[in-house]
Design a protein around this ligand. Sequence first.
Ligand SMILES: C[S@@+](CC[C@H](N)C(=O)[O-])C[C@H]1O[C@@H](n2cnc3c(N)ncnc32)[C@H](O)[C@@H]1O
Length: 301
Amino acid sequence: MELAAAKAAIHDVLKKVASDHFVQLVEWLKTTNDFDEYCADNNEILLRSIAEDLRGCLPIGAMLSSEPLAFKKTQQNPEPTVHIDAFLFDDDLIDSLCEKGKMSRNYCLSCGSHKTAPLAFISHSFSPLEIKFLFHHVLPDLSGKILIDVGSRLGAVLFGGYLYSAASQIIGVEINADFCQLQQVMIEKYQFSDKVQVVCADICTRGSLLKSADVIVMNNVFEYFLDKEEQIRTWQFICFTLKKKGALLVTAPSLQESLSQLQTGIQLNQWVQEVPLDYNVYLGRETDVDALKQLHLYEVL
Ligand SMILES: C[S@@+](CC[C@H](N)C(=O)[O-])C[C@H]1O[C@@H](n2cnc3c(N)ncnc32)[C@H](O)[C@@H]1O
């Protein structure tokens, strides 16, 4: 059906609606999620398709036996915590897995009873909405720029960078070889290799690469993956290496929060200046302003 005919058909339907139901119908049209799949842009659909492929390659917890420290640190959280990867699972998917008994939002307070409390969730990836926020609202036009995602894991930032930005090179540096392999498979399948590359390495061994970057993304890279001494050494290396005036650094959470428990000796006000962000943006019905507020932008002085 052509556009004009489709519009006419909709008008026809509206004319036939009983007058006492008309207001309810219009309200439903304005608020329903039923049309979401028709409104999603091509890039969102591609990201969803990559996430679906990745879910097929990973256990439901999206963590691997090759990252034992991350398991240990998750268990050491004061509240019972589970890892649910926000790039792979949106709320609807979590609900449907909970209904099937494959996932739970709650834990039992006294075993065998119905007394339950909500589990704390953490994600080791940005969600598709955070990625959209990052490229549409946090970063400027990246034409010709080099972006490095430190700790690229599943590649969410790399794929988002390819689809939502004009960056000329998008490079992930990931220490875990299993995740590097997985990212490589997706880069090849989705034909992103003209701009996207994954380097399997500890970021501390890639100083000259880091120095070449115009934009550096760091989504809670070290807290769950390195012990405290290694975190301190790595942050000192990053601060020492990242001296390109005007380079942009995006972190989640803030640098202040990431460094607060570590004796790094880094003087933030001599290294970077925070750029204020507007978090009041609507990115769709799943917009979670609290999650967006975790992202912070800094300019290297
Ligand atoms: C929280 S994930 C970030 C995922 C991804 N950047 C995103 O936003 O979706 C952190 C990743 O950093 C990796 N990592 C930790 N320390 C690293 C290091 N020194 N060099 C490179 N990667 C590191 C971990 O293996 C993990 O996969």
